[in-house]
Design a binder for this molecule. Structure first.
Ligand code: SAH
Length: 252
């Protein structure tokens, strides 16, 4: 998989992509991530990538030429598939697990980071295939959003996570939130780890984890239960949990 991130701040991208999971995935050769400096594709002698907005108003707008030229130069070299060209923008579709999973199956992503007031509308209209937001707030640039996107995608690419199973049990994968996790010591200042996790009884542990997962999802994100695939046993556990919650509400 190849990911090219178009930015005017390539150092921000490099700093994150050379560490931890992303850095290792790169070293192992599973993914190729590159920060592409938009200034290298500017056409004037000042290497400018932004200009004043037509019609007036505050701030600057990212120009068409550097972004179009960068994408054209990158795609001119032989790539078997057309890339997805993603614009990071607070006006895009909200990033979620499903989108990350879908993008993880692609061979080539180009991610465009905006700055200032955003990008010239013609980039959005004639170059971009996907517009993605990471949340309902405004950041000063698309670099952090692009890194959030890239990290959420790359960890789903086979071979990237050391333990192949760990992406499978995480929150959202199964449609539920993940169960509570504990590590040594078993007793920390009198705060104890649930006995069942120390029992060595794997069937019991599985049952406890499923119940814990259902309980947290019911408490924190009941909306997820509407679409999560649930077994009859899950539904029975949920009714039990709801009855318990109603009981304790009555008693308090
Ligand atoms: N004036 C624009 C916001 C510009 S913010 C508007 O109101 O829509 C500058 C750049 O930061 C954007 O071009 C985008 O690339 C990035 N950005 C800021 N917040 C973001 C978010 N929540 N999700 C994705 N990208 C974001």
């Amino acid at each position: 998989m190849r990911i090219d991130i178009l930015t005017t701040f390539p150092q921000i991208i490099e700093a994150v992509c050379s560490e931890s999971i992303l850095g290792k995935a790169r070293e192992k050769g599973i993914i190729e991530i590159r920060a592409v400096n938009l200034r290298d594709y500017a056409t004037d002698k000042h290497k400018s990538t932004d200009d004043e907005p037509y019609g007036g108003g505050p701030g600057m707008v990212m120009k068409c030429e550097p972004v179009f030229r960068a994408v054209e130069a990158l795609t001119a070299t032989s790539m078997p598939t057309r890339p997805r060209v993603i614009l990071m923008t607070p006006q895009g579709k909200l990033l979620n697990y499903k989108m990350a999973e879908e993008l993880a199956s692609q061979h080539y992503l180009i991610v465009i980071c905006g700055r200032y007031e955003g990008v010239d509308e013609r980039i959005r209209e004639h170059l971009v295939t996907d517009e993605i937001s990471i949340g309902d707030y405004i950041l000063s640039g698309g670099e952090l959003p692009a890194l959030v996107l890239v990290e959420s995608v790359v960890r789903l690419v086979p071979g990237v996570l050391g333990d192949e199973t760990s992406a499978k049990t995480e929150s959202f994968t199964s449609g539920l939130l993940e169960y509570a996790q504990y590590t040594r010591p078993a007793d920390f200042r009198g705060y104890k780890v649930p006995d069942v996790l120390l029992s060595g009884n794997h069937a019991e542990i599985e049952r406890w984890r499923r119940r814990n997962s259902l309980e947290r999802t019911l408490k924190r994100r009941p909306d997820l239960l509407e679409t999560a695939p649930l077994t009859d046993e899950d539904r029975a556990i949920l009714s039990e949990l709801q009855a318990e919650a109603a009981d304790s509400a009555r008693n308090s």
